[in-house]
Design a protein around this ligand. Structure first.
Ligand code: ATP
Ligand code: MG
Ligand code: MG
Length: 577
């Protein structure tokens, strides 16, 4: 196996392995989990977490669980469970059993509702939790603020029996949402803790809501901070890896598992939490709320719009799982917050796609080129490598004929200085000579305009002895080299030229209105002409369109005979807002 680049998580795991910290019968020594809440689509930030958690399990012969953190019935749906499973698999990871126990590594926090409830009753009877009956306003006021001590709830010292009876009545549906809440009591002075998360955190609340898996069985639901450590412990997680904003939650995590261990619910060693800095990628937003806004306000065409930083969007755009994995590995795992430039991801895409993608020709903004001295109704076969660095992948063939399509900007009526492509004769100077890639050298002789003055065709003559690959070709020295497709056999296609969704590298930083930074050029649709054969592209098949970049057949709209392509990324990093 290749040497792994060290990072602090790998160091911790390697030290734990060396110390035998998690040697337990029948269990791997590294068990991680990816714990999404099924309330939206996964985005590239989640990809980082997936790559870290599943990647560590893979690298250390461990196991990674996929756990749906589904404790908030109001926002969660089966649709999201399905898309999350799809995206994890698409990224290249699997929670299916790889170990002898034969157990599935797919879990739902809602499967633990009975156990979570039993542990809550234990905490009440052991004096570690109480039912608080303050109004929401009083509770918020008494909680205090950062730098200002909170006040104990008047219900904090109510008898344990009373709390237990109330908690059971809450469960039985005898109260309305918000009437009571179950809170932890970590220590006598918890309400004065500088860490707000430790001021008697809520652990159960009343919610009369239908749950996508448990239906109407429950009307009280456990809070995230309570559910998460217990789910980790029930699944024998060794390293519970999360992002830095959960650092302040760790003392409660540790306290809860210690307290429940002392109560006989868990054995040592219990899971430990480790935090790393989240992935912040420039030119996108990753807040679920903001992504939802883009979809609901029809700013994009759906969650899988190729401009979206969702995994379904990136997949549809043509991004490869390998490139996303490479970006996650390359950007490392640290504890310092920072921004990763979007060009890092684009660089990974080019690196992954360059050796893989077969080459083909596409003319995206077509202009007619007429070779006046080429025989009418005739054609000559040209050949080009499928991939210039891998001759073993063979050759492609396509005809050249009298009428071709070239790119509009490969012709200039009046050339700029340093312009080496097509321009017409000016005064006593002949028109430019260029090579039609894989074809002939031509010399520009003139052009036609329509009544509005728009150039509609360019004329040239070709040199019959200049064909690429023949002996005569080397006697022609030209500076320009252009791609083209033969008009009679070209394949028409819709090509969607995608670009970055925002023009601001940090569209939502500091409370900015991210919608003001939308890039109006993030999607442009052109009617292109493609090299024959492109009509056979399978959905999601990727190509390099020579001189243009990498493109993928759209997995939804592309059909055999009627291709639709998405631009994945340009060939070079030339991005400018
Ligand atoms: P939101 O707060 O917008 O609802 P979330 O990020 O909390 O979204 P979850 O479904 O809870 O969504 O996330 C699952 C896991 O993915 C969590 O462990 C979370 O820390 C991790 N994660 C989310 N965004 C990033 C990111 N940008 N970088 C690294 N990990 C992330
Ligand atoms: Mg979350
Ligand atoms: Mg969150």
């Amino acid at each position: 196996a290749p040497a792994l680049a060290p990072n602090f998580l790998r160091n911790i795991i390697e030290a734990d392995l060396a110390a035998g910290a998690h040697v337990r019968p029948g269990l791997p020594q590294v068990i991680t989990r990816f714990p999404p809440e099924p309330n939206g689509y996964l985005h590239v930030g989640h990809a980082k977490s997936i790559c870290v958690n599943f990647g560590l399990a893979r690298d250390y012969a461990g196991q990674c669980n996929l756990r749906f953190d589904d404790t908030n019935p109001a926002k969660e749906e089966q649709e999201y469970v399905d898309t999350i499973m799809d995206s994890v698999k698409w990224l290249g990871f699997d929670w299916e059993p790889k170990h002898a126990d034969g157990q599935s590594h797919l879990h739902y926090a809602s499967d633990y509702f009975d156990q979570l409830y039993a542990m809550a009753e234990y905490l009440i009877t052991a004096g570690f939790a109480y039912v608080d009956s303050q109004s929401a306003e009083d509770m918020a006021a008494n909680r205090g603020n950062f730098g200002q001590a909170g006040k104990n709830s008047p219900f904090r010292d109510r008898p344990r029996d009373e709390s237990l009876a109330l908690f059971r009545a809450m469960k039985a549906g005898e109260y309305k949402d918000g009437e009571h809440i179950l809170r932890a009591k970590m220590s006598e002075d918890a309400m004065r803790s500088p860490n707000m998360n430790l001021r008697d955190p809520a652990i159960y609340r009343i919610r009369h809501a239908h749950h996508h898996r448990t239906g109407d069985a429950w009307c009280i639901y456990p809070m995230y901070d309570y559910t998460h450590p217990i789910s980790d412990a029930l699944e024998n997680i060794t390293h519970s890896i999360c992002t830095l904003e959960f650092q302040d939650h760790r003392p409660f995590y540790d306290w809860l598992l210690e307290t429940l261990s002392a109560g006989g619910f868990f054995q040592q060693p219990v899971p430990r939490q480790f935090e790393f800095s989240r992935l912040n990628l420039t030119y996108i937003v990753t807040s679920k709320r903001k992504l939802r806004q883009l979809v609901e306000e029809h700013i994009v065409d759906g969650w899988d719009d190729p401009r979206m930083p969702t995994l379904v969007g990136m997949r549809r755009r043509g991004y490869t799982p390998e490139a996303i994995q490479l970006m996650c590995e390359r950007t490392g795992v640290t504890k310092s917050d920072g921004w990763i430039d979007y060009s890092v991801l684009e660089g990974c895409l080019r690196e992954d796609l360059d050796p893989k993608a077969p080459r083909t020709v596409a003319v995206l903004r077509p202009l007619k080129l007429i070779i006046d001295n080429f025989p009418e109704n005739d054609s000559v076969e040209c050949t080009a490598p499928v991939h210039p660095h891998f001759p073993e992948r063979g050759l492609r063939t396509f005809p050249i004929s009298r009428e071709l399509w070239i790119e509009e900007d490969d012709f200039m009526e009046v050339p700029n200085k340093g312009y080496f492509r097509l321009y017409p004769p000016i005064a006593d100077k002949p028109g430019s000579r260029v090579r039609l890639r894989y074809g002939y050298v031509i010399e520009c002789t003139g052009f036609d305009k329509d009544e509005n003055g728009k150039v509609i065709a360019v004329h040239c003559n070709y040199f019959e002895d200049s064909k690429s690959g023949t002996e005569g070709s080397s006697t022609y020295k030209v500076k320009g080299n252009m791609h083209w497709v033969s008009a009679p056999t070209a394949i028409p296609a819709e090509v969607r030229l995608y670009d970055r969704l925002f023009t601001d590298p940090q569209p939502d930083a500091g409370g900015k209105d991210f919608k003001l930074a939308l890039n109006p050029l993030a999607k442009e649709v052109v009617q292109a002409w493609l090299e024959p054969g492109a009509e056979l592209a399978q959905p999601e098949q990727r190509f390099q369109f020579e001189r243009h970049g990498y493109f993928a057949a759209d997995r939804v709209d592309s059909q055999p005979g009627k291709p639709v392509f998405n631009r994945i990324v340009t060939l070079k990093d030339s991005w400018q807002p």
